[in-house]
Design a protein around this ligand. Sequence first.
Ligand code: PLP
Length: 372
Amino acid sequence: MSAQKMKVDYSYLKQQFADSGPILKAMKNQLKRCQFTFGPEMIEFEKRFARLIGTTHAIGVGTGTDALFLPMKALGIGPGDEVISAPNSFIATTGAIVATGARPVYVDVLDDFTLNPDLIEAAITKRTKALLPVHYTGAPADMPKIMKIAKKYNLPVVEDACQSIGAAINGKLAGTFGIAGGFSLHPLKNLNVWGDGGVTVTNSAQMRDKLLLLRNHGLHGRDEVDIFGYNSRLDTIQAIVGNYLIKQANWITNQRIKNANKLDKALAELSGYITLPTRKKGFKHVYHLYMFYAKKRDQLLSYLLKNGIDAKVHYPIPLHLQKAAHYLGYKKGDFPVTEAQCKTIITLPVHQHLTDSQVNYMIDKIKAFYKK
Ligand SMILES: *Cc1c(COP(=O)(O)O)cnc(C)c1O
């Protein structure tokens, strides 16, 4: 057991970009052409991303939020419509719905933090226009069940796969079940760039064509406007970073899974104090967040922080109880599973640059906390 204090940071960006030579070289190369929008590097990144996820099309956009917002706009979703989603996600999921003018309608989640499919049908109304499940923490939502409901009610599904590059159910990747899947390239996502970026994947040529217009002012060529759109493109410069990192995508995923498996094994010994979320058979979890349930959560959190471990809570306040969501009319008790989770969840660093001794140190400290 290590007695001395270690640092276990949440962010790994400095290590990730310790060797920035190849990226800067590619950027310098681009400076000879200065194609800052729609450069060949962006097209190359889109091709690589589509290959990675296994879709026919990948469309680079400005942010992960836009990667969800734009396909909903493409589906014609707007004021008066409802979109069903989860109350425990990062705010951007709901933000994308609200940006279309539609109303977010929440459904409670399972113990693995994904949408409870058994509660979806009761939330469907005449106004429901889409389902927006979240592959939250990197765990795939139960897409086979969700797609069955979607078919029954003839509803399109847009997947929030922002945290879930490489997640899969029996080999089929997150983001490929619905009409479109949105991914984020934000610096703290599993695959990231030097700022903001996002990608929407789809197998529908119609959806692709609509997204290509929507992300670029609705412009058809230089002078003709087919529809009113937005300005949301993946910058060439960011695509250069994406092209560098996408080669590491499988390694990143595997390292995170390795770290998570080690934590799972050790923390399972603390039953009574710690509960791990269900790890569904055949579901590939890519551990964007390594999250579990802890007794005395707040004390554990401060103990870990005091000992140099950058633990976090994602998130203490559910979406339906946020001030911004007040107009939706939800109240405490509406989503009991989500609300209970907010009080006991804790997130540990699980990133690909953790060393074995850092993982062991986290395990030692958590055991020491509960032994007291
Ligand atoms: C990060 C994230 C988003 C939004 O991505 P940005 O790139 O930050 O706009 C959406 N949904 C979830 C679940 C996320 O984690």
